[in-house]
Write a new protein. Structure first.
Length: 294
């Protein structure tokens, strides 16, 4: 029986060898059905193989969040700058136009609110597969709590969602939650991202860390990094640049876009890094130009 650190320390990640793609450009999706690939192609741009997601699902545990007091005014102007809009079923239905060409990722699980110290102790299905199909969702997001009291329940929700998504051709995004007491280390993120992929996630949302290139190499599906707390714009762009160059296939930012002094400028700048290989400084010039043109 394997112990909690493995029978032998992992060390050979073959960082000099690209992952085998077998005819489809999204990592780990070569053997998926046509419908699944079609949705993944809406999420990850074929030219770059990467994605920019805009997360605005914070209210599902936090209520009104700074910068998201009026989602109907904030999100629509940002949609042209991103590849995916990530929110809850209630907000997508009420605040995103059905005519928008931007892909949607619906959060399909609920968790306890910030009124509780341990968020992982709650959780369940907030949007079932039939609802996701009716919404024509391009992806379903499931929160997971590796190393927390609610780990088992969250992994069951992930596995059941991934099974349903496979049946109907909708990819599942497994989200790595990091609580107050959880470590943010290479060792933890290697464990968490690999566990989510092994349980059926087609995409994993995690965090950037030192040694990220090994985290990305060990995960057989694309990793999209979370923006996390609000950072100065140049720092956020530098984090995105490092992550993409070390194996991430995109970013899913929320506060670093909608709490920016220029949300449109920041969304555009992130896109330049993710899709066009701009350095952080080059992308920051794009941000400044748009900021001062408004």
């Amino acid at each position: 029986m394997a112990d909690n650190i493995g029978n032998k320390a992992a060390h050979d990640y073959h960082l000099d060898i690209a992952p085998v793609q077998d005819g489809f450009y999204v990592k780990g999706a070569a053997h998926c059905d046509w419908g699944m690939k079609n949705r993944l192609a809406k999420i990850f741009q074929p030219k770059s193989g990467n994605t920019v997601m805009l997360a605005f699902d914070h209210g599902y545990i936090m209520g009104p969040t700074a910068g998201l007091e009026r989602i109907d005014l904030v999100v629509p102007p940002l949609a042209p700058y991103v590849d995916v809009l990530m929110g809850t079923k209630g907000v997508i239905r009420s605040c995103v136009s059905p005519a928008s060409p931007t892909a949607t990722c619906v959060r399909v699980t609920y968790d306890t609110t910030v009124l509780f110290d341990e968020m992982s102790n709650g959780g369940g299905i907030a949007c079932d597969i039939e609802n996701a199909i009716r919404m024509n969702a391009d992806c379903m997001a499931v929160q997971t709590f590796i190393g927390a009291p609610g780990e088992s329940r969250s992994l069951e929700l992930l596995a059941r969602t991934a099974d349903a998504g496979t049946r109907y051709g909708i990819p599942t995004l497994g989200v790595v939650a990091v609580g107050k007491q959880m470590e943010r280390t290479e060792k933890f993120f290697q464990l968490a991202t690999r566990v989510l992929a092994e349980n059926g996630a087609n995409i994993v949302k995690s965090y950037y860390c030192d040694g990220f290139e090994r985290v990305a190499a060990a995960c057989p599906v694309p990793i999209v990094i979370a923006g996390g707390k609000k950072l100065p714009e140049l720092e956020a762009l530098e984090m995105a640049y490092r992550a993409i160059n070390e194996g991430a296939h995109g970013v899913d930012m929320g506060r670093n876009i909608f709490q920016s002094d220029s949300p449109e400028g920041m969304a555009a700048a992130i896109g330049k890094v993710v899709h066009e290989g701009y350095t952080a400084k080059q992308a920051y010039e794009v941000y400044e130009e748009i900021k001062h043109s408004k």
